[in-house]
Ligand binder design. Structure first.
Ligand SMILES: [Zn+2]
Length: 236
């Protein structure tokens, strides 16, 4: 026991102490030598991490602007005016794009067979006419542009200037022309059930974020040209 005590007190602790001391100082030296590199590595890592975060944010922002960047004005998408040579009369005062004439007239015929009398109210409108409608009605009603845009497109932003849009009424209930109540007519119910067969679709449904519900306003998507025109609108 005593022997052990001696050994512990004299040999081993001393040896241990010197060893530990040496080891610590070597480690400290190593740390001192490498600390600038460790610091550099850490800085580089942090920098690249911050950059990645910033880049992610930028990509997100870019994505958002791309999604929002559909050139809307007050909720309406821009549409070009269809050239005159592509427009044909379907009534004495209503012109539409030649691509949709046959389908539209066929739809009216088929409706008649079911005892439904569709009446065409408005087809192609030039940007000039849309200009008059938008600005004269706006001032008449003492409305601001944003309010007016809920019920009428600003010039250059109307589906009507493409020739592929048609406003439809019920010949037996003319009081509902251009009114939300049109949705209660037999004509609207028939259209809801059958218009897709003729490649017509309701443009402004009830839950539209920007534009008021227009049960009378239908657009044609039965030709490649029409599909191209409405591609942006269908993508959203
Ligand atoms: Zn319309």
């Amino acid at each position: 026991m005593e022997q052990n005590k001696d050994i512990n007190q004299i040999d081993i602790p001393l040896a241990k102490r010197t060893y530990l001391k040496n080891h610590n100082s070597i480690l400290l030296k190593k740390l001192l030598i490498f600390s600038p590199f460790i610091f550099l590595l850490f800085s580089l890592f942090s920098l690249s991490f911050i950059r990645k975060l910033e880049l992610d944010q930028f990509i997100n922002l870019d994505f958002q602007t791309k999604r929002k960047g559909d050139h809307r004005i007050l909720g309406h998408l821009p549409y070009k005016e269809t050239p005159m040579e592509k427009l044909v009369f379907i009534e004495t005062n209503i012109k539409v794009h030649v691509d949709m004439r046959d389908s539209l007239l066929k739809m009216r015929e088929e409706a008649k067979k079911d005892g439904i009398y569709l009446v065409f109210l408005s087809g192609y409108r030039s940007i000039n006419l849309q200009n008059e409608i938008f600005y004269s009605l706006k001032s008449l009603r003492n409305q601001e542009a944003a309010e007016r845009a809920r019920v009428s497109a600003p010039p250059g932003y109307s589906e009507h200037s493409t020739g592929f849009a048609i406003d439809i009424g019920d010949a037996t209930q003319r009081g509902t022309d251009f009114e939300t109540e049109f949705e209660n007519t037999e004509a609207f119910k028939w259209l809801e059930k059958n218009a897709a067969k003729f490649h017509f679709k309701l443009s402004f449904k009830k839950n539209n974020k920007y534009i008021d519900y227009e049960p009378w306003h239908w657009r044609y998507e039965g030709s490649i040209e029409a599909l191209k025109v409405f591609e942006g609108s269908n993508r959203k």
